[in-house]
Design a protein around this ligand. Structure first.
Ligand code: DGJ
Length: 731
């Protein structure tokens, strides 16, 4: 079993193929964290904790006069609050007596085969041959009887451990849970860098790496969605760690709403990281007997650098997260109407785009925003999911039939969570949106947010969207969400429960996704929130791909995709070729480069195909053929970032390598060019050193070692923004 309790030493030992995790019950019943890192068999690492009298760090009463026992210093698994530990806390409660303390001690544990369930929340599932075991540890506060149940699930072969916490109110009083972190981890050292992916609308998931300093470093979202601004993912790694070397710890939060991740470097050079739902405006009422389950955190450890950490996440997110049958199927190459026509289209325009796209080898037409109600710009009609017959006189059915007759599949855009004030829905139900008493709700993109904590609102959404999806043949749906939450207050909730609304919104969202997405397994769903504003594992549980960014500039995309690949598999990144000058940046980049950049994901097109020249169409046709040829390699191969665009400006390169290492696709975009430049080389990774390979376009064969050590010359003929792609194949 991958989980053991060693009674004589009071230690819990979790082991994956290459990592180990150890905890110990202290003499007074506190659960101490001892180790997470390289796999080891040692059963008691308690010696690592050296007791010392630390001034001004208080001692729990039961320690008597032992001034060396302080929760302010000891590494813990779930920190207490309001008693002795001044560092970041795992929990904050308001007890029935008005006190704020929670002091949890181990009262029991259970080990079982299989995985815990998290009702109403997305989480990883064992798949295929996975052996998974679960450990649950009950920490109870003697004074209040409030209990926190820590759950750990070990995915042994996948080298991953998941964690969550459930708080059960076993006290006779109503309590308020004001913070519950899904994961707390203490380290006895702190010489680490903190890697996080941050950005903004149209420039998401930019890579940032900072050394830890004393005090607290924080990322998070309070926007009601995981957000463009920070992604719910972090890495702690040694300062010396790079793609191929060093100890790295990954933390990925399976949740789509408010989150926080904080790292604290304390006075004794120790480090604590916490991750969970953002505690701001969070207050959950728990009556006696009620419980609250926190979303899951996925932990991975790599002792050999960031690339290996990436491979662990790609592997588990490809195989153990998404429910859709499409996760393993080739996704259709689509053309999307948004940048082609925005709101300005009619049936003829869409059919013209489709007709030209057929000729390019495209497989699906996706009709984006603007097909319903009186939606001629973004100020109206959200919530009215009836077709606009002025634009589409034969309805969705007429259009879908024509599209299918061309041999294309048909996809549709929806934005179910929102309502426009200028809509029939809002006129009928102005009380259905989130809004606070005595205040007018804030607008975002002219729209308001429907109150998904209400079951009647959810029922309306499910019925109206399912009617659309069942009304005609639709093979793809882009589920968009174009503003963040404000006014998190529900007309129907009691005032003591208003602190639950942000989370209840997300539970409501998962509920409608269960009833819309999971009941339509034949439809490929794509997530979207103004591009990548909700790019998180919670969404990837439902949708195998997410529109990566509203920025379709290929050069910007290189950075966006670079950051995104640290945790999310290439098969999750929807990426399109658009026109130049690019609509977001005005930059002009050759169409070949746009294709190579978009092939680092799920390739699609987002342009008016009727305006392409013959030569451009020919290039697209060739791109699509190449993408199809390498689809399995791109979406299932191991991913290597060959350059860091934040440190090296000349070119950006990446590589997909098949699992047997006999095939690779190396792509390179020249991002900076000066006259009479130095000769550059690009070094491959992940090949078998002794194996010989042919490289597309080059004479002879090369050993894997040679390609990885000396590399390939970057063609000096490449001009700025030109790109090259090499197939590397074992002979
Ligand atoms: C934001 C999306 O990211 C775009 O691709 C497009 O679908 C628009 N919304 C439509 O309103």
């Amino acid at each position: 079993m991958s989980v053991r309790y060693i009674d004589s030493k009071k230690t819990f030992l979790l082991q994956t193929r290459n990592s180990a995790y150890q905890m110990k019950i202290s003499e007074y019943g506190y659960l101490l964290h001892l180790y997470y890192g390289e796999r080891l068999e040692d059963e008691d690492l308690g010696y690592l904790i050296q007791m010392q009298d630390r001034g001004f760090s208080p001692n729990p009463n039961e320690a008597g006069n032992d001034r060396t026992f302080s929760l302010d210093v000891l590494p813990q698994e779930f920190s207490s609050d309001g008693s002795c530990d001044y560092r970041l806390s795992s929990i904050e409660v308001k007890n029935g007596d008005g006190s704020y303390a929670f002091v949890g001690k181990v009262v029991r544990h259970e080990i079982y085969a299989g995985k815990y369930t998290l009702a109403g929340l997305p989480s990883l599932r064992p798949s295929g041959q996975d052996t998974v075991d679960t450990l649950e540890i009950w920490l109870q506060d003697e004074a209040t009887q409030l209990t926190a149940v820590l759950s750990y699930c070990v995915f042994e072969e996948k080298d991953v451990i998941t964690r969550t916490v459930r708080v059960v109110n076993q006290s006779p009083e109503t309590i308020y849970l004001n913070r519950l972190m899904s994961m707390t981890m203490d380290f006895m050292d702190s010489d680490y860098d903190f890697i996080h992916l941050d950005g903004r609308h149209t420039m998401e998931r930019e890579f940032h790496r900072d050394p830890l300093h004393y005090g607290i470093q924080t990322i998070g979202s309070f926007r009601g969605a995981s957000s463009h601004q920070h992604n719910p993912f972090a890495v702690l790694c040694e300062h010396q760690a790079n793609e191929d070397y060093g100890r790295c710890y990954g933390f990925s939060f399976v949740y789509s709403g408010n989150f926080v991740c904080k790292v604290e470097k304390d006075q004794y050079d120790q480090m604590r990281i916490i991750m969970g739902i953002h505690p701001k405006h969070f207050s959950y009422q728990l009556k006696p007997g009620e419980s609250f389950a926190a979303p899951e955190v996925v932990l991975a450890y790599s002792g050999k650098g960031l690339t290996h950490l990436t491979h662990l996440y790609h592997n588990i997110y490809r195989n153990n997260l998404c429910q859709s049958p499409y996760v393993k199927e080739a996704r259709p190459i689509l053309i999307n109407s948004w940048e082609a026509a925005y709101f300005d289209f009619d049936e003829k325009k869409i059919l013209d785009i489709a007709r030209e796209a057929v000729d390019m080898g495209v497989e699906m037409l996706v009709l984006d925003d603007g097909w319903f109600g009186n939606r001629n710009d973004d100020s109206a009609a959200l919530g009215d999911w009836d077709v606009n017959t002025e634009k589409l006189p034969r309805g969705l059915t007429g259009l879908s039939e024509e599209i299918h007759a061309m041999g294309l599949k048909f996809g549709l855009w929806i934005e179910p969570e929102m309502v426009s004030e200028n809509s029939e829905l809002y006129r009928r139900h102005p009380d259905w949106c989130l809004q606070m008493p005595r205040r007018q709700p804030s607008r975002g993109r002219y729209q308001l947010v429907l109150d998904l904590s209400r079951s009647d609102v959810r029922d309306y959404i499910v019925t109206s969207i399912n009617e659309v999806l069942d009304s005609t043949k639709i093979e793809y749906v882009k589920w968009d969400m174009n503003r963040f939450i404000t006014d998190a207050w529900s007309i129907i909730a009691e005032k003591e429960k208003q602190g639950e609304i942000y989370h209840r919104y997300i539970l409501g969202l998962y509920d409608i996704m269960d009833r819309i997405i999971l009941t339509h397994p034949e439809i490929l769903f794509c997530g979207c929130s103004g591009g990548g504003g909700r790019f998180d594992p919670g969404m990837l549980y439902y949708q195998p791909q997410i529109w990566c960014s509203d920025n379709t500039d290929a050069v910007c995309r290189l950075k966006i995709q670079y950051g995104t690949t640290f945790v999310y598999p290439v098969s999750a990144l929807e990426s399109h070729v658009s026109v130049c000058p690019n609509h977001q940046t005005g930059r002009t980049v050759p169409i070949k480069t746009r294709g190579i950049a978009a092939m680092d994901g799920i390739l699609g097109y987002e342009l008016d195909s009727t305006c392409l020249t013959k030569a451009e169409k020919e290039i697209c046709r060739e791109q699509i053929g190449r993408y199809r040829k390498y689809y399995a390699l791109i979406t299932e191969g191991d991913y290597y970032r060959l350059t860091n665009p934040y440190e090296f400006a000349e070119y950006v390169a990446w590589e997909h390598v098949s699992q047997d290492k006999k095939e690779a696709l190396l792509s390179l975009v020249l991002t900076e060019r000066e006259s009479n430049d130095a000769q550059r080389y690009v070094k491959a990774k992940g090949l078998i050193p002794q194996m010989h390979y042919r490289v597309e376009g080059m004479e002879g064969t090369f050993s894997g070692q040679l390609l990885m050590s000396a590399g390939l010359p970057v063609p000096s003929s490449l001009l700025q923004y030109e790109a090259v792609q090499y197939e590397i194949r074992a002979v």
